[in-house]
Design a protein around this ligand. Structure first.
Ligand SMILES: Nc1ncnc2c1ncn2[C@@H]1O[C@H](COP(=O)(O)OP(=O)(O)O)[C@@H](O)[C@H]1O
Ligand SMILES: [Mg+2]
Length: 249
């Protein structure tokens, strides 16, 4: 199986070299756990270190703010956009019915078929190999009922399978403590079944960032690490701590 290096410091060694190529990864966690940073790091490093262009679909956060925030990690998103290695596909306007002035945007009302088409066109235009959708719940906000949301997720994942893009789909779960009842991996309870891999981020939020963790719940065709991995957000982005090293001081 071909592997896609994730660009997340420390992760590839724990999952046999990277994400399975052409598959879908569900990235889930509470608010502020680092999901967006993870997604952008996957795309930024993918473009810079591995020459793999990518598309970032943003529903909640305006691209302008993301470009600014990511400069903190030394990631010049705008420059990658100019080189045609990254597209910020802006859906924030279509949510509230305004034009945002972004070069890549879905300015019409949010419609899943139109969105799938737009992603395919954009990916084709820059020869994208990677895709991040941030986030599924935000995308489904206008849908009535879970059946429609499931339908949307099924269409998206079908498109991704056919396109050979390696995708990170960001979802959200309420804060939960491991061991306190059944774990939830997604908002709608279907995402984890259509995704080939599920990664959970957690943040205890008690001050220091040593309370961040990453957990690989499943990764098809992969012998992955089964521990809960300590994670840091540093000035260079997300870094994982090898558990063997973390506890062998
Ligand atoms: N430059 C930085 N250095 C360290 N931590 C940061 C930095 N920027 C953001 N963070 C941390 O990351 C969190 C936001 O991450 P983000 O990926 O936006 O979360 P999510 O998308 O899961 O809601 C912030 O709340 C903060 O704790
Ligand atoms: Mg986010």
């Amino acid at each position: 199986m071909e592997r896609v290096p994730t660009g997340i410091d420390g992760l590839d060694d724990m999952i046999e070299g990277g994400f399975p190529r052409g598959r879908t990864v569900l990235l889930s966690g509470g608010c502020g756990t680092g999901k967006s940073i993870f997604g952008l790091q996957f795309l930024y490093k993918g473009a810079v270190d591995y020459d793999e262009p990518g598309v970032y679909v943003t529903v909640d956060e305006r691209p302008e703010l993301t470009r600014q925030d990511m400069l903190r990690f030394g990631w010049d998103i705008a420059s990658l956009e100019e080189q045609g290695k990254l597209v910020m596909l802006d859906l924030t306007g279509s949510k509230i019915g305004v034009q945002t002035g972004e070069k890549y945007a879905l300015n019409s009302a949010l419609d899943i078929d139109r969105l799938v088409l737009k992603i395919m066109q954009t990916a084709g235009e820059i020869g994208a190999r990677r895709l991040v959708i941030d986030s599924l719940p935000a995308l489904g906000f206008h849908l009535k009922g879970e059946a429609e949301v499931r339908n949307m997720i099924l269409k998206l994942t079908y498109m991704i399978r056919k396109s050979d893009l390696t995708a990170v789909l960001i979802s959200e779960v309420p804060e939960q403590t491991p061991g306190s009842g059944p774990m939830m991996f997604s908002k709608y309870g279907v995402e984890e079944y259509v995704a080939d891999s599920v990664i959970l981020l957690h943040y205890l939020g008690m001050g220091t960032d040593t309370n961040r963790t990453l957990y690989v719940r499943k990764m098809r065709g992969t012998k992955h690490i089964e521990d809960i991995i300590p994670m840091h957000i540093t000035e260079a982005g997300i870094k994982l701590v090898n558990p063997d090293e973390a506890f062998s001081v």
